[in-house]
Design a protein. Structure first.
Length: 340
C-alpha cells in the first residue's frame, strides 16, 4: 500500500510575481515561469527476465495516443514490460482479463506501473507498493510474486468470484486499503486499454485475420452455424465472437458493443478501411447489433465491399455489403488496436 501519490511527469515550475510602482499605483507583473529543479527519478528494478524489448517500446508509443488519464504521454518500454509481467501472471493463474485490469489499474495509481525498489513511503516496495507485511523485499520486487500476492488477497476478499461483477476501483481499494480510494476508478479505463493491448500477445497481421476468418469455411456447406449461445474452439459463434476469433482476442470474445470501445478498436473513416478492419453497428439490443470484417472494396468507386460475417440465420459468410456507406447508417468503421 502506498501513500506517495505523484504524477509521473515533470514537476510544474513556479511563477514569480513582481510589484512595480507606476504613477502612484501598483502594477503586478507576472514573470515567465522560473526553471524548477527536476526531481531525481525513483530507482526501479527490472520487471522480468526479458528486460525491455523493442516490442515494448513500440507498444508504448501506440498506448501514449490512446490513454486518457494519468499515464497518457508517459508510457515507455519499461512501463510496458512491467505491465506485461503483471498480465502474464494473471493469465498463468487462469484468471480472466478483468483480474488483470484490476491489478493494472492499481499499479497505475500506486507507481505508474514501475517496480520501485527504494522505500519512499514507509516500507513500501514494488509495482503495487506493498508494505513489509506482504512479504520480503525480494518477494515484493518480484513482479510475478507480488502480482500473485495481490490476486490471492483479491480472491480472499471476494469469495465465489464476486470480484468479477464489482466495480474495478472498489476492488482495488479493498485489496490496497488506500488513504485515497477515489483515485482508482478514474484509471480503470486506461487499465483496460493496457490489458487489452497485452492480453492477445504482440498483435495480429491483416493476412492472419483473413486466414482465421476463412477457417470457419464462409459461404460453403461446411460453414459454422450462427448462435449467440454456442461456441467453436472457445469463441461464440455470433458476429462478435467470429470477429474476436479472427483478431485473436481472448475467448469467448467481447460483445459487439465492447468491440466498438477504445480497449479493442479506434474509429476511422470508411474510406480508410483496410483488410481486417471492422465495420460495426453497436446500437440497439443484441439481436440488432452487427459487426463485419472488411476484406476489400468490390468496385473502384467504393460503393460496396467484400466482408466476412457470422450472419444470423445463415452462418459464416463472405459477401458484398454496403454497411456504413449510406446516409443515416449506424454502422461505423473501426481499426482493431492489435492489428498491424
Amino acid at each position: 500500500m502506498r501513500r506517495l501519490r505523484t504524477r509521473p511527469g515533470p514537476p510544474r515550475a513556479g511563477v514569480l510575481a513582481v510589484v512595480l510602482p507606476l504613477a502612484g499605483a501598483a502594477v503586478v507583473v507576472t514573470a515567465a515561469p522560473a526553471p524548477a529543479a527536476t526531481a531525481a527519478p525513483l530507482p526501479t528494478a527490472p520487471c522480468g527476465s526479458r528486460g525491455v524489448t523493442a516490442q515494448d517500446t513500440e507498444l508504448a508509443a501506440r498506448l501514449n495516443t490512446r490513454l486518457t488519464k494519468k499515464l497518457r504521454g508517459y508510457m515507455d518500454g519499461y512501463r510496458v514490460s512491467c505491465a506485461r509481467a503483471v498480465v502474464e501472471t494473471v493469465r498463468a493463474r487462469g484468471l480472466p482479463q478483468r483480474a488483470a485490469v484490476i491489478a493494472i489499474t492499481t499499479a497505475i495509481v500506486e507507481t505508474g506501473i514501475r517496480n520501485i525498489n527504494r522505500e519512499v513511503d514507509h516500507d513500501s516496495l514494488g509495482v503495487f507498493q506493498q508494505r513489509a507485511t506482504w512479504g520480503s523485499a525480494a518477494q515484493r520486487l518480484n513482479v510475478a510474486w507480488s502480482t500473485g500476492a495481490f490476486l490471492d488477497k483479491m480472491l480472499r476478499k471476494y469469495p465465489d468470484g464476486s470480484w468479477r461483477s464489482a466495480v474495478v476501483g472498489d476492488v482495488c481499494q479493498r485489496v490496497q486499503v488506500s488513504k485515497y480510494p477515489e483515485r482508482y476508478q478514474p484509471q480503470a479505463g486506461d487499465g483496460q486499454i493496457i490489458v487489452s493491448a497485452l492480453w492477445s500477445g504482440p498483435g495480429v497481421a491483416r493476412a492472419q485475420v483473413v486466414a482465421r476468418a476463412k477457417s470457419w469455411n464462409p459461404a460453403t456447406a461446411q460453414r459454422v452455424p450462427y448462435s449467440q449461445t454456442k461456441t467453436r474452439d472457445g469463441y461464440r459463434t455470433d458476429g462478435s465472437g467470429y470477429a474476436s476469433m479472427a483478431l485473436g482476442l481472448a475467448k469467448p470474445g467481447p460483445i459487439t458493443v465492447d468491440l466498438a470501445k477504445p480497449a479493442y478498436t479506434r474509429p476511422i473513416a470508411m474510406n480508410q478501411l483496410l483488410q481486417g478492419d471492422l465495420v460495426i453497428d453497436p446500437v440497439g439490443g443484441n439481436t440488432a447489433r452487427m459487426v463485419v470484417i472488411f476484406d476489400r472494396w468490390a468496385d473502384a468507386k467504393r460503393t460496396s465491399y467484400w466482408a466476412y460475417q457470422q450472419r444470423a440465420g445463415y452462418g459464416t459468410d463472405h459477401r458484398v455489403v454496403t454497411h456504413g456507406l449510406r446516409a443515416g447508417t449506424q454502422f461505423r468503421a473501426y481499426r482493431p488496436v492489435n492489428i498491424h
